[in-house]
Design a binder for this molecule. Structure first.
Ligand SMILES: [Cu+2]
Length: 151
């Protein structure tokens, strides 16, 4: 599926303006107030199929948080999906209101990861990175679980 991610500038303008100076980020790679917990990567039942990643993303910042893309270290393409009545479809961004937590969970939003690296086995760990509108990123560990395990 061809994606039209390039050339999008909407997110930047939403952050501009206002007379409050923005605090310098201590670590531009991990915005203060943003946290991810309960990361887990479910291996596919059939080797070679995509895996799924679930987690809770908490937006403790004062502004809207918009996830623009996701990746898993060493893996191939990672897409953001949402499950609906007719199956799954790709979403190009996921917005989280200030003070809200969004759960990527079975039956809802999730990441779909193709071409998992060879060493991805149950009991191990994968590093997942989310990239937000504006360029900030957050990385977190996901516990690798077998297809039949608890999601
Ligand atoms: Cu999916």
């Amino acid at each position: 599926m061809a994606l039209a991610l390039a050339g999008t500038t909407l997110g930047l303008s939403a952050c501009g303006g206002g007379d409050q100076p923005s605090a310098p980020a201590a670590d531009p790679e991990a915005p203060a107030g943003v946290s991810v917990t309960d990361g887990r990567l479910m291996l596919p039942a059939v080797s070679g199929n995509p895996g799924a990643v679930y987690f809770d993303l908490a937006n403790g910042t004062e502004g809207e948080l918009i996830v623009r893309s996701a990746s898993v270290a060493g893996a191939g393409h990672t897409m953001m999906h949402v499950t609906n009545e007719t199956g799954m479809e790709e979403v190009l961004q996921v917005a989280v209101d200030p003070g809200q937590t969004i759960r990527f969970e079975p039956g809802g939003h999730h990441l779909m990861v193709s071409d998992l690296p060879a060493g991805t086995v149950a009991g191990g760990q994968a590093e997942v990175t989310l990239t937000f509108a504006g360029g900030d990123k957050v990385s977190f560990p996901a516990e690798v679980r077998s297809a039949g395990d608890d999601r």
